[in-house]
Design a protein around this ligand. Sequence first.
Ligand SMILES: [Zn+2]
Ligand SMILES: [Zn+2]
Length: 320
Amino acid sequence: MHELRFNPLTGEWVIISSTRSSRPVLPEGSCPLCPGVLELEKDYDLAVFDNRYPSLLLNAEEPHTYGSRVLKTEKAIGKCEVIMYTSEHNSAVSKLNLKQLTKLIEVWCDRYRELSNLNGIKYIFIFENRGKEVGTTLSHAHGQLYAFPFIPKRIKEKLHTIKTYYLKNLSCALCDLIKENSLEKNIVRETEYMLTVVPPYARFPYEVHIYPKRHVSAIIDLTAREKIDLAVAIGDVAKRYDKLFDEAFPYMMTLYNPPVNTGEIHDDYFHFHVEFNPPKRTKDKLKWMASVETGSWTFINPSEPEEVAKKLREVVIDNG
Ligand SMILES: [Zn+2]
Ligand SMILES: [Zn+2]
Protein backbone atom coordinates (compact mmCIF):
# COMPACT_ATOMS: atom_id res chain seq x y z
CA MET A 1 0.00 0.00 0.00
CA HIS A 2 1.22 3.48 -0.90
CA GLU A 3 -0.69 6.51 0.27
CA LEU A 4 -0.40 9.75 2.20
CA ARG A 5 -2.24 10.09 5.47
CA PHE A 6 -2.78 13.40 7.20
CA ASN A 7 -2.26 13.71 10.95
CA PRO A 8 -5.16 15.93 12.02
CA LEU A 9 -3.39 16.81 15.27
CA THR A 10 -0.07 18.06 13.90
CA GLY A 11 -0.73 18.80 10.24
CA GLU A 12 1.96 16.34 9.17
CA TRP A 13 1.65 14.09 6.15
CA VAL A 14 2.79 10.54 6.75
CA ILE A 15 3.72 8.27 3.86
CA ILE A 16 2.37 4.78 4.32
CA SER A 17 4.60 2.66 2.14
CA SER A 18 4.27 -1.04 2.77
CA THR A 19 5.93 -3.21 0.18
CA ARG A 20 5.44 -6.90 -0.10
CA SER A 21 7.84 -7.47 -2.99
CA SER A 22 11.00 -9.20 -1.85
CA ARG A 23 14.45 -7.95 -2.64
CA PRO A 24 16.26 -9.66 -5.53
CA VAL A 25 18.67 -12.34 -4.37
CA LEU A 26 22.25 -11.49 -5.23
CA PRO A 27 25.42 -13.55 -4.87
CA GLU A 28 26.84 -13.15 -1.39
CA GLY A 29 29.04 -10.11 -0.95
CA SER A 30 27.99 -8.48 -4.21
CA CYS A 31 26.86 -4.85 -4.23
CA PRO A 32 23.72 -4.02 -6.25
CA LEU A 33 25.09 -0.54 -6.89
CA CYS A 34 28.36 -1.69 -8.46
CA PRO A 35 28.43 -1.61 -12.30
CA GLY A 36 26.93 -4.68 -13.95
CA VAL A 37 25.42 -6.22 -10.80
CA LEU A 38 21.78 -5.14 -10.62
CA GLU A 39 20.82 -1.49 -10.94
CA LEU A 40 23.26 -0.23 -13.55
CA GLU A 41 24.41 -2.29 -16.47
CA LYS A 42 27.74 -0.85 -17.36
CA ASP A 43 30.44 1.29 -15.87
CA TYR A 44 29.24 4.75 -14.95
CA ASP A 45 30.66 8.01 -13.69
CA LEU A 46 27.74 9.58 -11.86
CA ALA A 47 24.33 8.05 -12.37
CA VAL A 48 20.72 8.60 -11.34
CA PHE A 49 18.01 5.95 -11.34
CA ASP A 50 14.56 5.44 -9.86
CA ASN A 51 14.55 3.83 -6.44
CA ARG A 52 13.47 0.20 -6.73
CA TYR A 53 11.42 0.59 -3.53
CA PRO A 54 9.91 4.06 -3.85
CA SER A 55 7.70 5.56 -1.16
CA LEU A 56 6.33 8.02 -3.73
CA LEU A 57 5.30 7.17 -7.30
CA LEU A 58 4.21 9.25 -10.30
CA ASN A 59 1.46 6.73 -11.03
CA ALA A 60 0.49 6.27 -7.39
CA GLU A 61 -2.59 4.19 -6.67
CA GLU A 62 -5.85 5.75 -5.50
CA PRO A 63 -5.79 6.08 -1.71
CA HIS A 64 -8.46 4.35 0.29
CA THR A 65 -11.10 6.60 1.78
CA TYR A 66 -12.40 6.66 5.33
CA GLY A 67 -15.61 8.58 4.83
CA SER A 68 -14.41 10.59 7.81
CA ARG A 69 -14.62 14.29 8.54
CA VAL A 70 -11.25 14.18 10.28
CA LEU A 71 -9.15 11.61 8.47
CA LYS A 72 -7.70 12.56 5.09
CA THR A 73 -5.75 10.50 2.59
CA GLU A 74 -4.06 11.48 -0.67
CA LYS A 75 -2.24 9.71 -3.45
CA ALA A 76 1.46 9.21 -2.68
CA ILE A 77 2.49 11.01 -5.87
CA GLY A 78 6.13 11.82 -6.36
CA LYS A 79 9.51 10.40 -7.17
CA CYS A 80 12.29 8.72 -5.24
CA GLU A 81 15.62 8.64 -6.98
CA VAL A 82 19.03 7.23 -6.17
CA ILE A 83 22.08 9.30 -7.08
CA MET A 84 25.32 7.34 -7.52
CA TYR A 85 28.37 9.47 -6.76
CA THR A 86 30.88 7.16 -8.46
CA SER A 87 31.13 3.60 -9.77
CA GLU A 88 33.99 2.89 -7.34
CA HIS A 89 32.73 0.73 -4.53
CA ASN A 90 34.97 1.92 -1.71
CA SER A 91 34.52 5.63 -2.15
CA ALA A 92 32.73 8.30 -0.09
CA VAL A 93 32.15 12.05 -0.19
CA SER A 94 35.31 12.39 1.89
CA LYS A 95 37.29 10.57 -0.82
CA LEU A 96 35.78 12.11 -3.98
CA ASN A 97 37.98 14.60 -5.79
CA LEU A 98 36.85 18.16 -6.40
CA LYS A 99 35.96 17.48 -10.03
CA GLN A 100 33.61 14.63 -9.06
CA LEU A 101 32.01 16.63 -6.25
CA THR A 102 31.44 19.56 -8.62
CA LYS A 103 29.82 17.16 -11.09
CA LEU A 104 27.60 15.89 -8.28
CA ILE A 105 26.41 19.46 -7.66
CA GLU A 106 25.55 19.76 -11.37
CA VAL A 107 23.57 16.51 -11.11
CA TRP A 108 21.65 17.91 -8.11
CA CYS A 109 20.90 21.07 -10.14
CA ASP A 110 19.76 19.00 -13.09
CA ARG A 111 17.41 16.90 -10.96
CA TYR A 112 16.04 19.97 -9.16
CA ARG A 113 15.34 21.68 -12.50
CA GLU A 114 13.75 18.67 -14.13
CA LEU A 115 11.61 17.52 -11.21
CA SER A 116 10.34 21.02 -10.50
CA ASN A 117 8.65 20.86 -13.92
CA LEU A 118 6.56 17.89 -12.87
CA ASN A 119 2.95 18.52 -12.14
CA GLY A 120 2.00 18.17 -8.50
CA ILE A 121 5.56 18.26 -7.12
CA LYS A 122 5.95 20.84 -4.34
CA TYR A 123 9.26 20.02 -2.72
CA ILE A 124 12.47 18.38 -3.91
CA PHE A 125 14.42 17.02 -0.99
CA ILE A 126 17.99 15.98 -1.80
CA PHE A 127 19.86 14.02 0.86
CA GLU A 128 22.40 11.39 1.78
CA ASN A 129 22.19 8.89 4.59
CA ARG A 130 25.64 7.61 5.36
CA GLY A 131 26.33 4.70 7.66
CA LYS A 132 24.35 1.89 9.24
CA GLU A 133 23.62 4.19 12.21
CA VAL A 134 21.20 6.09 9.96
CA GLY A 135 19.78 3.02 8.29
CA THR A 136 21.95 2.71 5.19
CA THR A 137 22.24 -0.90 4.14
CA LEU A 138 24.41 -0.30 1.06
CA SER A 139 27.87 1.12 1.70
CA HIS A 140 28.50 2.15 -1.94
CA ALA A 141 28.57 5.97 -1.92
CA HIS A 142 25.21 7.31 -2.99
CA GLY A 143 22.61 9.91 -2.16
CA GLN A 144 18.91 10.10 -2.80
CA LEU A 145 16.11 12.50 -3.44
CA TYR A 146 12.41 12.60 -2.73
CA ALA A 147 10.14 14.75 -4.87
CA PHE A 148 7.20 15.40 -2.52
CA PRO A 149 3.64 16.41 -3.50
CA PHE A 150 3.52 18.59 -0.35
CA ILE A 151 5.87 20.83 1.61
CA PRO A 152 7.19 18.76 4.52
CA LYS A 153 6.39 20.10 7.97
CA ARG A 154 9.90 21.17 9.02
CA ILE A 155 10.40 23.00 5.72
CA LYS A 156 7.03 24.71 6.20
CA GLU A 157 8.25 25.90 9.59
CA LYS A 158 11.49 27.20 8.06
CA LEU A 159 9.55 29.05 5.37
CA HIS A 160 7.19 30.56 7.88
CA THR A 161 10.02 31.67 10.20
CA ILE A 162 12.21 33.26 7.53
CA LYS A 163 9.26 34.87 5.79
CA THR A 164 8.09 36.43 9.06
CA TYR A 165 11.63 37.75 9.66
CA TYR A 166 11.75 39.10 6.12
CA LEU A 167 8.41 40.89 6.36
CA LYS A 168 9.49 42.52 9.62
CA ASN A 169 13.06 43.45 8.69
CA LEU A 170 12.95 43.49 4.89
CA SER A 171 16.05 41.34 4.79
CA CYS A 172 17.00 37.67 4.72
CA ALA A 173 17.68 36.16 8.15
CA LEU A 174 20.68 34.11 6.97
CA CYS A 175 22.20 37.10 5.11
CA ASP A 176 21.85 39.17 8.28
CA LEU A 177 23.38 36.42 10.39
CA ILE A 178 26.37 36.17 8.06
CA LYS A 179 26.80 39.97 7.89
CA GLU A 180 26.64 40.70 11.60
CA ASN A 181 29.71 38.53 12.33
CA SER A 182 28.18 36.79 15.32
CA LEU A 183 29.21 33.40 13.93
CA GLU A 184 32.93 33.95 14.42
CA LYS A 185 33.32 31.26 17.10
CA ASN A 186 31.16 28.86 15.13
CA ILE A 187 33.17 28.84 11.91
CA VAL A 188 34.74 25.56 10.85
CA ARG A 189 36.00 26.84 7.54
CA GLU A 190 35.46 29.88 5.37
CA THR A 191 36.13 30.05 1.65
CA GLU A 192 35.56 32.89 -0.78
CA TYR A 193 31.89 32.07 -1.28
CA MET A 194 30.91 29.61 1.46
CA LEU A 195 30.77 29.61 5.22
CA THR A 196 30.90 26.30 7.09
CA VAL A 197 29.69 26.53 10.68
CA VAL A 198 28.53 24.54 13.66
CA PRO A 199 25.53 26.82 14.12
CA PRO A 200 24.82 28.29 17.59
CA TYR A 201 21.45 26.51 17.35
CA ALA A 202 22.88 23.08 16.44
CA ARG A 203 20.55 20.25 17.46
CA PHE A 204 23.04 17.42 17.02
CA PRO A 205 26.48 17.54 18.70
CA TYR A 206 28.40 17.44 15.40
CA GLU A 207 25.86 19.32 13.30
CA VAL A 208 27.40 21.43 10.53
CA HIS A 209 25.77 23.86 8.12
CA ILE A 210 27.13 25.32 4.90
CA TYR A 211 25.81 28.76 3.95
CA PRO A 212 26.56 30.55 0.67
CA LYS A 213 27.78 34.04 1.62
CA ARG A 214 25.80 35.67 -1.17
CA HIS A 215 22.02 35.51 -1.06
CA VAL A 216 21.19 32.55 -3.28
CA SER A 217 17.73 31.08 -3.09
CA ALA A 218 18.20 27.72 -4.82
CA ILE A 219 21.19 25.59 -5.73
CA ILE A 220 20.56 26.31 -9.42
CA ASP A 221 21.21 30.02 -8.78
CA LEU A 222 24.82 29.43 -7.70
CA THR A 223 27.48 30.66 -10.14
CA ALA A 224 30.05 28.19 -11.48
CA ARG A 225 32.65 29.52 -9.01
CA GLU A 226 30.21 29.20 -6.12
CA LYS A 227 29.41 25.62 -7.11
CA ILE A 228 33.10 24.74 -7.00
CA ASP A 229 33.34 26.37 -3.59
CA LEU A 230 30.30 24.43 -2.38
CA ALA A 231 32.00 21.23 -3.59
CA VAL A 232 35.12 22.23 -1.63
CA ALA A 233 33.03 22.92 1.47
CA ILE A 234 31.09 19.62 1.31
CA GLY A 235 34.26 17.58 0.76
CA ASP A 236 35.92 19.47 3.59
CA VAL A 237 33.17 18.64 6.11
CA ALA A 238 33.16 14.95 5.13
CA LYS A 239 36.97 14.77 5.46
CA ARG A 240 36.95 16.41 8.90
CA TYR A 241 34.24 14.01 10.05
CA ASP A 242 36.20 10.93 8.93
CA LYS A 243 39.38 12.21 10.53
CA LEU A 244 37.65 13.06 13.81
CA PHE A 245 37.43 9.50 15.15
CA ASP A 246 39.48 7.90 12.36
CA GLU A 247 36.50 6.02 11.01
CA ALA A 248 33.76 6.37 8.41
CA PHE A 249 31.63 8.95 10.22
CA PRO A 250 27.87 8.45 9.82
CA TYR A 251 25.76 11.46 8.88
CA MET A 252 22.58 12.70 7.26
CA MET A 253 23.30 15.40 4.70
CA THR A 254 20.31 17.44 3.57
CA LEU A 255 19.96 20.24 1.01
CA TYR A 256 17.47 23.06 1.49
CA ASN A 257 16.04 24.61 -1.63
CA PRO A 258 12.83 26.62 -1.82
CA PRO A 259 9.58 24.79 -2.60
CA VAL A 260 8.37 24.66 -6.20
CA ASN A 261 4.97 25.07 -7.87
CA THR A 262 3.44 26.83 -4.88
CA GLY A 263 2.28 29.87 -6.85
CA GLU A 264 4.50 31.97 -4.59
CA ILE A 265 8.03 33.27 -5.03
CA HIS A 266 10.24 32.63 -2.03
CA ASP A 267 13.49 33.95 -3.58
CA ASP A 268 13.88 37.04 -1.39
CA TYR A 269 13.96 35.21 1.92
CA PHE A 270 14.82 31.59 1.20
CA HIS A 271 18.61 31.22 1.41
CA PHE A 272 19.92 27.91 0.06
CA HIS A 273 21.92 25.87 2.56
CA VAL A 274 23.23 22.41 3.36
CA GLU A 275 22.95 20.69 6.73
CA PHE A 276 24.93 17.75 8.08
CA ASN A 277 23.25 16.00 10.99
CA PRO A 278 25.46 13.22 12.33
CA PRO A 279 23.93 10.82 14.88
CA LYS A 280 27.10 10.50 16.99
CA ARG A 281 27.71 12.23 20.30
CA THR A 282 31.07 10.54 20.95
CA LYS A 283 33.05 7.85 19.13
CA ASP A 284 31.01 5.12 20.82
CA LYS A 285 27.76 6.85 21.69
CA LEU A 286 24.83 7.87 19.55
CA LYS A 287 22.56 10.86 19.97
CA TRP A 288 19.08 9.37 19.91
CA MET A 289 15.86 10.90 18.75
CA ALA A 290 14.44 10.05 22.18
CA SER A 291 11.19 11.12 23.88
CA VAL A 292 11.83 14.84 24.10
CA GLU A 293 13.24 15.08 20.57
CA THR A 294 10.60 12.87 18.96
CA GLY A 295 7.63 13.86 21.06
CA SER A 296 8.15 17.58 21.47
CA TRP A 297 10.54 18.33 18.59
CA THR A 298 12.89 19.94 21.13
CA PHE A 299 16.49 18.87 20.86
CA ILE A 300 18.82 18.78 23.81
CA ASN A 301 22.36 19.17 22.54
CA PRO A 302 24.87 17.77 25.05
CA SER A 303 27.77 19.73 23.49
CA GLU A 304 28.57 23.40 23.17
CA PRO A 305 28.47 24.21 19.44
CA GLU A 306 31.39 26.67 19.73
CA GLU A 307 33.56 23.95 21.30
CA VAL A 308 32.66 21.51 18.55
CA ALA A 309 33.42 24.16 15.90
CA LYS A 310 36.87 24.60 17.44
CA LYS A 311 37.43 20.84 17.49
CA LEU A 312 36.40 20.46 13.84
CA ARG A 313 38.41 23.54 12.83
CA GLU A 314 41.52 21.97 14.35
CA VAL A 315 41.15 18.64 12.56
CA VAL A 316 44.05 18.45 10.14
CA ILE A 317 42.93 17.27 6.73
CA ASP A 318 44.44 16.98 3.31
CA ASN A 319 42.74 19.69 1.30
CA GLY A 320 43.71 18.28 -2.08
ZN1 LIG B 1 29.35 -1.21 -4.90
ZN1 LIG C 1 20.02 35.47 2.27
